[in-house]
Ligand binder design. Structure first.
Ligand code: FES
Length: 118
């Protein structure tokens, strides 16, 4: 873009505006590059899941996604499913969430599905 011809001396409004414009021309690209770099680095590091941030520590780790499906007819009168991912009987709750909650201060518990009794 065409640049203003800035006077080299004498303080006046035009000199002030030229100085401001020169600073903006320098600062804006640096600020944009810094913001873009921060955004890309944040996205990169947030996509890297560390073992500490994982919920599933041991269930079917060789599978890309752990999914269980049940037919309602097969559940019976009551089923208790683990939501803490610590159960040795996963997907069923075995009470391990109590120990997990005591050790971590967490408050997770099972999903209980039961039929209404008439
Ligand atoms: S053992 Fe995981 S919710 Fe009970």
């Amino acid at each position: 873009p065409p640049r203003l011809s800035c006077p080299k001396s004498s303080f006046n409004m035009r000199l002030l505006m030229c100085t401001f414009t020169d600073q903006l021309i320098t600062i804006v690209p640096v600020a944009v590059a810094a913001a873009l770099s921060t955004y890309l680095l944040t996205r990169y590091f947030s996509s890297q899941s560390s073992p500490e941030s994982r919920v599933n520590m041991s269930v079917n780790k060789d599978s890309p996604k752990v999914v269980h499906s049940f037919d309602m007819e097969d559940i019976g009168n009551k089923a208790v499913y683990c939501r803490c991912w610590r159960s040795k009987k996963f997907p069923y709750c075995d009470g391990t969430h109590t120990k997990h909650n005591e050790e971590t201060g967490d408050n997770v518990g099972p999903l209980i599905i039961k039929k209404k009794t008439p």
